[in-house]
Design a protein around this ligand. Structure first.
Ligand code: BYC
Length: 332
């Protein structure tokens, strides 16, 4: 269990200022979490638990729908009908993931509209990875292999996260992410059988996406303000650094099989640790992208806002239809 002396002291101090009733509720809640029971929407939960889950799940949902954009960019230029159909299915899956996740977040008491407005106003984050451009067709393969691969590494443990609706939404999402990763790797294997130019496109895409993919796991544990409490409440089951290491260990052999070089001169197997050592990540770049200074950040938010505005007629039609149905039921 990942918890520090500081956390225990902070928790004890918070308990000392609570009423007896609250302290009992917190103790009962923590016992359920420690017992690996799911917390459900109508169960009592500490405000901070609700807040951190709303933050994480809504950011996760935003990432799914913003993540549709770099791939959508290549739909009209897919090189064959089957590649187009695969890519279309993947992008539709991402939209579905966003919907499951917004629904899971709504069970915590914040409406989907509020969450989406927070995204549009730049108050809510989404994954840094989607602030990079998709420049050539091999990027589509690399997004599937590395970006969905990193997402799976992060999301498989979330199937056991302590909040029931989030955990259950993750089960289906993980199944679909596996298909996403496989289609990406398959696309790259095909290109690596091709011309020198095609192989060079794959290597170029790997060079550009490798480091941003590692940043998807979040800041190093020592600089991650949320990890300790989220591990304690079993929202997160592994720390950012643990998952990043697992991802690197799993991906290096896949890169070897594919025949590409990962752009890290310090990458080497450490027999003693039983893991790959790797070079330093450019954390300045990560924080700049988190702040909204990523290469395609403005373009991404502009596209999301336009999709919301252009979809107004659909929401109005759905509301009108729902009102008519309600009126018809009342009249019957
Ligand atoms: N990007 O204390 P920390 C997909 C923020 S989509 C941006 O470690 P936490 C796909 C973090 O929010 C999959 N921000 O935070 C879709 C926090 O800021 P706030 C997306 C980041 O929450 C389409 C601050 O930095 N997956 O697969 O304990 C096509 C400090 O961080 C990032 C998820 O969303 C980042 N990379 O841990 C293809 C997974 N990293 O909120 C593929 C669910 C950190 O305090 N989320 N920040 O202001 C998580 O597992 C966790 O939220 C994280 C961060 C591991 C990401």
């Amino acid at each position: 269990m990942y918890t520090t002396e500081f956390d225990k002291k902070a928790a004890e101090a918070a308990l000392a200022t609570m009423s007896d009733e609250d302290a009992e509720l917190v103790a009962a809640f923590e016992a359920r979490v420690a017992n690996d029971e799911f917390i459900e929407p109508n169960d009592w939960m500490p405000d901070a638990y609700r807040k951190t889950l709303t933050r994480q799940i809504s950011q996760h949902a935003h990432s799914e729908i913003v993540g549709m954009l770099p791939e959508g960019n290549w739909l009209t230029r897919a090189p064959s009908l089957s590649r187009k159909a695969i890519l279309l299915a993947k992008i539709q899956d991402e939209g579905g993931h966003g919907l499951y996740l917004y629904c899971a977040a709504e069970t915590l008491g914040t409406s989907r509209e509020e969450m989406i407005h927070a995204l549009h106003e730049g108050r809510a984050k989404y994954s840094t990875i989607f602030n990079y451009p998709s420049l050539n067709w091999a990027d589509i393969g690399v997004i599937g292999w590395l970006v969905d691969g990193a997402a799976i590494m992060n999301q498989v443990p979330l199937q056991r996260t302590s909040y029931g609706p989030y955990a259950r939404s993750m089960v289906r999402i993980c199944k679909e992410e596996s298909f996403h990763q496989r289609q990406g790797y398959d696309l790259l294997l095909e290109m690596m059988k091709g011309t020198p130019e095609q192989k060079a496109m794959v290597q170029d895409a790997v060079n550009r996406w490798w480091w941003p993919s590692l940043m998807m796991f979040g800041p190093p544990d020592d600089y991650s303000p949320n990890t300790a409490q989220s591990i304690r409440w079993r929202i997160k089951r592994d720390t950012n650094d643990e998952l990043r290491q697992k991802f690197i260990d799993a991906t290096v052999p896949q890169a070897e099989l594919l025949g590409v070089t990962l752009p890290d001169a310090d990458l080497s197997w450490n027999e003693g640790r039983g893991h790959y050592d790797f070079g330093a990540l450019a954390w300045d770049e990560f924080y700049a992208v988190v702040r909204g200074d990523g290469p395609t950040a403005k373009e991404r938010l502009k596209a999301r806002r336009a999709a919301w505005d252009e979809g107004a007629w659909v929401r109005e039609a759905a509301d009108t239809y729902a009102a008519k149905q309600t009126a018809a039921r009342a009249a019957a």
